[in-house]
Unconditional design. Structure first.
Length: 130
């Protein structure tokens, strides 16, 4: 699902490469998306997103993503949109619950035969009684 329509953007001066252009242009882009006010997802999905992305959510309940990789504001804005959509789509995937399995018959037999072999080797190392 594309959350682009609900993202609010904020720009700031970016660090790094760019020479004197860095001091004049606000190329870093921060994207804010309020999960609670979103109309795209139901309550269960919102809880799932909040639980999985808790480290990226600020005190106001906004999902915060920054980008300052590109030297242009538009490039960074597109990166923020891409990152945010990926984060949300990955957060919505529910992992399957692991079913515990037991060792099969062949595995049990193999374990016992290797134990017996090891025991025989140890027996052959003992001193012979006369």
């Amino acid at each position: 699902m594309d959350i682009t329509t609900e993202i609010k953007f904020k720009t700031a001066r970016s660090g790094g490469k760019g020479g004197q252009n860095v001091n004049k242009v606000e190329s870093m882009v921060e994207g804010y998306w309020n999960i609670e006010n979103s109309t795209l997802f139901n309550e269960d999905q919102k809880k799932l997103i909040t639980a999985k992305l808790i480290n990226k959510i600020n005190a106001d309940g906004n999902l915060l993503v920054k980008s300052q990789v590109d030297r242009s504001q538009l490039g960074n804005k597109l990166m923020v949109i891409k990152k945010m959509n990926e984060l949300v789509s990955k957060a919505l995937i529910v992992a399957k619950k692991r079913k515990p399995t037991k060792p099969g018959k062949a595995a049990k037999e193999k374990r016992i035969t290797t134990k017996k072999k090891a025991g025989e080797i140890k027996q052959s190392r003992m001193k012979v009684k006369l």
